[in-house]
Design a protein around this ligand. Structure first.
Ligand code: 9MR
Length: 448
């Protein structure tokens, strides 16, 4: 795999912007949760409850290579990037397309932000089975990974084994870790850490887990039974990693997306399509933190993770108050599924700061920034937004606020769950887009 230089001149950037025929995007964080709801519907996902647990990879992985940006649309090609290569501080690059630390160049995002926070990427199993195409870029840019789907309950819960021994599994469903092993092995090979995503979520959690006989049509169990199953599930999953891979997991999304006024009860707790709510009740998220703190090792930070955080800061803070006061939670994961029309510089960063002021660590856990309008300038605007995002988080961290990670939700536009919006930093050929240069704080990308 060719290694490319990270910074390019404005000229190279401008040359590389082709016509950007983009489809109209869906709503992002700013516009409510339309897109999230669609994306999260179990039936939209290969990881739906009817799916066998053996199939660990999600829609993003399956759809790989079938869509996304076509060549030349906004990508800075490796050749151009290399030829035009300049180091971050403006020095001339080698021009041969290779980057090396010896030449004084920053090798990528992880190094650029190493004084600030780890930089993560969400990866589906598809990437690990085609790793020769992606390994160098991953290693150059990221030091944290999140499984896009393979650590979710429908990947870890083992239906057959649970059904086969109901007497022993009734309160303790069987789990297995086959699906996430490629990610674990990759992380170990490259000395990377893993953000665990996610323990308790209404989506990608099979219905059978909530029923009397572990079948899809069984009766739902009562609150006490489900609380015990929740406790055992959390204990077994966290216990497995502590025992087998101590130190590998540094952050855990304990609860995902529990607050949503549009789909919630009168207090905004997610009710729709939420079997945790149906069985345990409106305090299910609190108990998840109780159990997670009970079984997590000290080096695993416990997170509440959600979309649209900048629009529901108070809702989240109010609901988490008790867990926070009891020391059960460490941070807020702001998913950061954004669009180029979102106000990142002020609205997003203010929300991040507000969480910090309340004593939480903040991580951007699922960053992508969708391009809404077709047209020449779209990818340049996207580049500015990425720049603004990374710089904003860096500024907060440098001011002393505990910003402890930025993770992008996918490696390239073709692998993204938002294929229609070309929301990531690399195009389908793994060529860096202006978004990447923005994230690298390249001077060719204009400031917002
Ligand atoms: O990117 C994931 C996609 O491959 C799955 O099909 C989808 C199913 O729900 O989940 C996506 O990841 C979601 C994440 O787990 C939680 N926040 C929203 C993400 C995008 O939908």
């Amino acid at each position: 795999m060719r290694r490319w230089i990270l910074a390019v001149t404005a000229a190279a950037l401008l040359f590389s912007f082709g016509a950007c025929g983009r489809q109209e995007g869906k709503d992002s964080e700013s516009g409510g949760n339309t897109q999230m709801e669609e994306g999260n519907k179990p039936e939209d996902s290969l990881a739906s409850e009817d799916r066998d647990t053996e199939n660990g990879s999600g829609a993003g992985a399956e759809g790989a290579g079938t869509n996304g940006a076509s060549e030349g649309e906004g990508a800075v090609t490796g050749t151009e990037a290399g030829a035009a290569g300049a180091s971050k501080d403006g020095g001339e690059g080698s021009g041969d397309g290779s980057a090396s630390a010896e030449e004084g160049q920053v090798t990528g995002l992880a190094q650029l932000y190493e004084e600030n926070f780890p930089i993560g990427v969400a990866l589906p199993n598809y990437v690990f089975s085609h790793i020769e195409e992606y390994e160098q870029v991953i290693v150059d840019n990221f030091n944290s990974i999140t499984c896009e789907n393979e650590m979710k309950p429908d990947s870890l819960l083992d239906k057959k084994a649970s059904q086969a021994d109901l007497e022993n599994t009734y309160l303790r469903a069987a789990v297995h870790f086959d699906n996430c092993m490629p990610a674990v092995e990759f992380a170990l090979k490259h000395d990377m850490k893993i953000r665990f995503h996610t323990l308790v979520w209404h989506s990608q959690t099979p219905k059978w887990f909530f029923t009397e006989d572990y079948t899809d049509n069984g009766e739902l169990v009562d609150r006490e039974t489900m609380l015990t199953r929740m406790e055992n599930y959390i204990a077994d999953v966290l216990g497995y990693f502590q025992e087998n891979y101590p130190g590998l997991i540094y952050a855990v999304d304990v609860v995902n997306e529990a607050f949503d006024v549009g789909n919630g009860d009168e207090n905004g707790v997610r009710m729709k399509d939420n079997r945790w709510y149906d069985t345990v009740g409106d305090d299910y998220y609190y108990h998840a933190f109780v159990f997670a703190r009970r079984y997590a090792s000290e080096d695993m930070k416990l997170f509440y993770n959600d979309y649209g955080c900048m629009h529901k800061t108070k809702l989240i803070l109010d609901h988490l108050k008790q867990a926070k006061e009891e020391g059960l939670i460490d941070g807020i994961g702001m998913q950061s599924h954004l669009s180029v029309t979102d106000d990142i510089r002020f609205t997003f960063m203010l929300a991040a700061k507000e969480f910090c002021e309340e004593g939480y660590e903040v991580q951007a856990t699922e960053l992508d920034i969708g391009v809404k309008e077709s047209g020449k300038g779209s990818f340049r605007t996207q580049g500015s937004k990425y720049k603004s995002f990374f710089r904003g988080m860096q500024n907060l961290q440098e001011e002393g606020w505990p910003i402890t990670n930025v993770t992008v939700w996918g490696l390239n536009d073709a692998l993204s769950w938002r294929k229609d919006e070309s929301a990531l930093m690399f195009d389908e050929d793994m060529e860096p887009k202006p978004a990447y240069l923005g994230a690298m704080q390249d001077e060719s990308v204009w400031d917002e």
